[in-house]
Design a protein around this ligand. Structure first.
Ligand code: NCD
Length: 324
């Protein structure tokens, strides 16, 4: 009994002082503002001191990507390698034994046997949580269906803190596919950990945010409004977070045809906004942003993608419980 109490006390102490150590990262809602501030401070360090470390040299990091990815996978790989970790993994189901009929559970067991940290992306909602229940090693959700993409939200919020000095007090416009977009949902969830002045949810009626997302905004007392067009609010917002229509998640291709090309961010439109208005986008973008925006002062999305490396370096060392 005494032994057990000691273990519990020890665990609580570790949680209090090392809130990330050994932890699964499934949803941004599992974290507090203080957790994220700690993460951002570490990310600042890695942004300023971009070099190779040996902090994770005894670690194997598995990148288990069952779905396509450019930035998330490559920035995790870069982060892990800069920290000295060994990286294993795959980029689709074709090259692994899932193609022969092996179960996801068995695949996870194998990753757990080889790796100390597992990063997983999967088309099914709940896949990362499922993996975390099976694996002893910490699991990081790199996107599960339309549901969560917590590390994307971490780097999005970090970008805003870098650009504006604070995440609080700003007016946000989240544009696009709020129904099927996990990056958009996680970003909205992430904002609820801070004090935004207002959040506009901007989408065609078919792509409105899911009820569970609206519920969190209500519960946490975040002022928000659903609108259909960016035009309606462009003068008012400080940050426009634009997202791609998630074509691959539409159960009905006809439904996709109905919303395809329904919004486009142009320079003309952005010029009507505030001087400091910036556009974020988790990328990939397809046709929702006019290419001329890319080279304008409004585009913050390439910088945002670059911040993926220091933020993920910070996350990996905090989970491993090591310090630079
Ligand atoms: C997003 C994703 O995969 O959810 N991309 C990313 O990780 N940066 C957004 C998208 O695919 O539209």
């Amino acid at each position: 009994m005494e032994q057990r109490i000691n273990t519990e006390v020890w665990k609580a102490l570790i949680r209090a002082f090392l809130p990330f150590k050994g932890r699964d990262v499934i949803s941004i809602l599992d974290f507090t503002r203080e957790d994220l501030e700690e993460l951002f401070e570490r990310a600042d360090y890695f942004l300023e001191h971009r070099r190779s470390y040996r902090l994770l040299e005894d670690y194997v990091v598995a990148l288990a990507f069952f779905e396509p990815s450019t930035r998330t996978r490559l920035s995790f790989e870069t982060a892990a390698k800069l920290l000295g970790a060994k990286v294993i993994g795959f980029t689709s189901e074709e090259g692994i034994s899932i193609a022969k009929g092996e179960s996801l559970a068995d695949t996870i067991r194998m990753l757990d046997a080889y790796a100390d940290i597992i990063v997983i992306r999967h088309r099914y909602e709940g896949a990362a949580l499922f993996a975390a229940e099976i694996a002893e090693s910490p699991v990081i959700n790199a996107g599960d269906g339309k549901q969560h993409h917590p590390t994307q939200a971490m780097l999005d919020l970090y970008t805003i803190r870098k650009l504006y000095g604070s995440i609080d007090g700003l007016v946000y416009g989240v544009v696009g596919d709020l129904r099927y977009g996990r990056a958009a949902s996680s970003f909205i969830y992430g904002l609820t950990l801070f004090k935004p002045k207002k959040v506009y949810l901007i989408s065609p009626p078919l792509l409105r945010a899911r009820p569970e997302v609206l519920e969190v905004l209500k519960e946490r007392g975040i002022p928000f409004e659903e609108v259909t067009k960016v035009d309606e609010v462009v003068e008012e917002v400080d940050v426009l977070y634009v997202t791609r229509i998630q074509k691959e998640r539409f159960p009905d291709p006809l439904e996709y045809e109905r919303v395809k090309g329904s919004y486009r961010i142009t320079i003309e439109l952005l010029k009507r906004g505030k001087e400091h208005l910036r556009v974020l986008h988790p990328l990939p973008k397809v046709d929702e942003i006019e290419p001329a925006v890319d080279t304008s002062k409004y585009a913050a999305y390439f910088t945002q993608a670059r911040f993926g490396v220091p933020v993920r370096m910070a996350l990996l060392i905090l989970i491993a419980g090591v310090e630079p």
